[in-house]
Ligand binder design. Structure first.
Ligand code: SF4
Length: 706
């Protein structure tokens, strides 16, 4: 038999998938990764999930882009296409880097000069490093000249961040996941950590086994619910009813922390008045949880020595996502369950670097470190740091992800630069998003594969995969960690920092970063929260938690211990009332569609569906449907169903899932063959502009072509 390959080097890095930020080691031979092992990182203590352990060979997949591509003359762009990776050369021709960059940058420059700086937009990526995110937003702000820069944070926790900034002055978590082991009560709401943050879920399970009372609240029964002290399977879309009823109990039974409210918050009276009408009896029929259970859970949370709340997309991806998060914040403030170990608020961040990309300014309303673009002082700081004449930077917030798609339609946006994102798969109402991308005069896509978005590009720039470059990444715990280069990019593919810089040059910017640490140093100078973290220290210690404002400071895993980063140091209560989902079921579309992720696949699937082991475990698009609903339709598990909304239709395999509520269908959004975002609703939360991925009306019919 074949001899087992022996690695010729080991490289310490981090996992490229989720926000848990597990540290790992790549074992490499002849520029190929042989296997991966968990390291003793603060978030994982040698543990890895199936994605981290087996999801690495996408980097060696034959579909990797290895030369720049330019769209062939006369090949039309259309939003309705079927991507055939084996016929890429019918659409594109290969080009040299010089030609591709000159065309990519030249046309962007031309559009800017002819139609003004707001005619361009850029989407960066939460998969890239902090340094890539920082340079990307700097390119858009100084090269394009506007704040039209965003990324997929808009699609995941934008609403949580808006509510957190408004309520407690900081969008990041108050305590690390690992604090669940110090909590007496843990509420997990609208999150499925066993699937989406698997190693974090193991810490939650350990805590529950050691006596922490775990309360799981979710319309879908997850694996975590099996070990929960209480599982509240509330009706989809009724978060505010349930949470306001809990607050009603806490007020009525006088379980509030009066001293905390008086010394550290404002606005409590308004909140108290608002929740008065939300009695458990009145809310029970709305949310489907009996009044006594609501009371019991409210008492447990309020009276324990340390209670912590973790939440995910089930809370945030609604038109009332910001209101949902406001309620969670209010719960923690009225009971003083924040600012100590084992307490606090933890929005589980999805992508490996969605925290860091947002921190680095990859958002349309903030410069790095959440300095608002409309603040004259912040603008001056960045104009001076970036050596720009005063008054150069735009003082208007830019357009968000979904707003950009609308602006293309109305002729406002004519050219785009997309780095490592796949809006043709990830945006709501994807048929519409694809039509919009197809209508661009000029689209530059930088990626490692020919994604559905790249298929609509004028120029495709072949980039580097995670193990092919070095950079810092910030996990859900605010832990800044180093990802280190283990292998070389294939063919003529280049590192993303090089590509951004070369494109910047074509836009007339004169940058000269020769090492990733130089970008990080510039970030430290403009971002007080990481000012104390040096590149040397990251290399030495692998991970440092921010805020870390002084060199040598230990970093602060638990924040808000004495005050909140708001005016007067006080947090603010913001009351919320029930706002229904934008599109409710009716006679034509009687069921509810909920979208989300699967354990084995990551987001739009461009990496994991090209990872051999992961794709072998989950190879086909599936719809998870309650067995009784399946039976009512005369369907067997494994049969084909067609799902249809007012915006589109897909056919895929039915899977029996008694964790799904009756009347609702759950579909992962990673399958290009059945891109479920063709069906989702682009209605936005008014505060955060996050779309309602967790709720739209569909009809389900047996049969179709999968
Ligand atoms: Fe990677 Fe997240 Fe799994 Fe850890 S839990 S190995 S970071 S996907």
């Amino acid at each position: 038999g074949a001899a087992l390959a022996v690695p010729d080097k080991q490289v310490d890095s981090v996992c490229p998938y989720c926000g848990v930020g597990c540290q790992l080691t790549y074992h490499v031979k002849d520029n190929r990764i042989l296997f991966v092992q968990g390291r003793d990182g603060p978030a994982n203590r040698e543990r890895l999930c199936v994605k981290g352990r087996y999801g690495f060979d996408y980097a060696h997949h034959p579909h990797r882009l290895t030369r720049p591509l330019i769209r062939r003359e006369g090949v039309p762009k259309t939003g309705s296409f079927t991507l055939d990776p084996d016929r890429v050369m019918d659409v594109f021709r290969e080009a040299s880097w010089d030609e591709a960059l000159a065309f990519a940058g030249g046309k962007l420059r031309d559009l800017r000069d002819r139609h003004g700086r707001k005619s361009l937009a850029g989407f960066g990526s939460a998969k890239g490093s902090n340094e890539e995110a920082y340079l990307f937003q700097k390119l858009v702000r100084t090269g394009f000249g506007s704040n039209n820069v965003d990324h997929c944070t808009r699609l995941c926790h934008a609403s949580s961040v808006v509510a957190l900034l408004e309520g407690i002055g900081s969008g990041a978590v108050s305590n690390p996941v690992m604090d669940v082991t110090k909590a007496e009560v843990v509420i997990v709401i609208g999150a499925n950590p066993t699937v989406n943050h698997p190693v974090a879920a193991t810490w939650i399970k350990n805590a529950a086994r050691a006596g922490t009372k775990l309360i799981v609240c979710d319309p879908r029964r997850s694996e975590l619910a099996r070990i929960a002290h209480r599982f509240l399977q509330f009706k989809p879309d009724t978060d505010v009813a349930l949470l306001n009823a809990m607050m009603n109990v806490i007020v009525t039974e006088d379980l509030v922390d009066q001293a905390f409210i008086e010394s550290r918050t404002i606005g409590y009276d308004e909140l108290r008045r608002n929740v008065a009408a939300y009695t458990p009896q009145a809310m029970a029929p709305i949310c489907g949880i009996d009044a006594e259970t609501i009371r019991e859970v409210a008492r447990l949370y309020a009276t324990s020595k340390a209670s912590m709340i973790l939440w995910g997309m089930g809370v945030s991806q609604h038109v009332h996502g910001t209101d949902n998060a406001r309620c969670l914040i209010a719960l923690s403030l009225m009971t003083g369950q924040i600012g100590r170990p084992g307490t606090g608020l933890h929005p589980l961040r999805g992508q490996n670097n969605v925290q860091g990309a947002s921190d680095a300014g990859l958002i349309p309303m903030m410069y790095p470190d959440y300095q608002h673009v409309s603040s004259p002082a912040a603008r001056q700081r960045f104009e001076s740091a970036w050596q720009l004449p005063p008054g150069t930077l735009d003082d208007q917030p830019g357009l968000t992800v979904v707003e950009v798609m609308h602006a293309i339609e109305s002729g406002g946006i004519r050219g785009m630069y997309v780095m490592g994102e796949n809006p043709a798969m990830s945006d709501p109402d994807a048929n519409h998003a694809r039509d919009a991308l197809a209508a661009l005069e000029h689209l530059v896509v930088q990626d490692i594969f020919l994604t559905e978005t790249a298929y609509l590009a004028d120029v495709v720039l072949p980039a580097s995969a995670f193990p092919e470059k070095t950079g810092s990444f910030t996990n859900t715990d605010r832990l800044v960690q180093l990802g280190r280069q283990a292998i070389e990019p294939p063919g003529e593919a280049k590192q993303d920092l090089w590509i951004i810089q070369e494109l910047a040059r074509r836009l007339g910017l004169d940058w000269n970063y020769t090492h990733v640490s130089q970008v990080f140093d510039e970030m430290r100078r403009t971002m007080p929260s990481i000012a104390g973290i040096t590149w040397d220290r990251l290399e030495r210690e692998h991970a440092v938690t921010y805020p870390c404002t002084e060199e040598g400071a230990p970093g602060q895993p638990v924040v808000f211990t004495t005050d909140f980063p708001r005016e007067g140091g006080r947090a603010r209560f913001v009351p919320a009332d029930i706002i229904p989902a934008d599109e409710r079921p009716d006679a034509d579309y009687p069921m509810v569609l909920i979208t989300g992720r699967q354990l084995e696949h990551w987001h739009t699937g461009s990496m994991t569906r090209r990872a051999t082991v992961l794709d072998a475990i989950e190879p086909d698009p599936v719809a998870l449907i309650h067995p009784l609903d399946l039976a009512a339709m005369g369907l067997q598990p494994g049969g084909i169903v067609t799902l249809e909304s007012r915006r589109g239709r897909v056919s895929l395999y039915a899977r029996a899932d008694d964790g799904s509520p009756r009347g609702a269908v759950f579909v992962p959004f990673c399958y290009y063959e059945a891109a479920i975002n063709r069906l989702t609703n682009a209605a936005l939360d008014p505060f955060a502009k996050i779309p309602e991925f967790k709720y739209c009306a569909i009809r389900v019919t047996p049969g179709g072509e999968a």
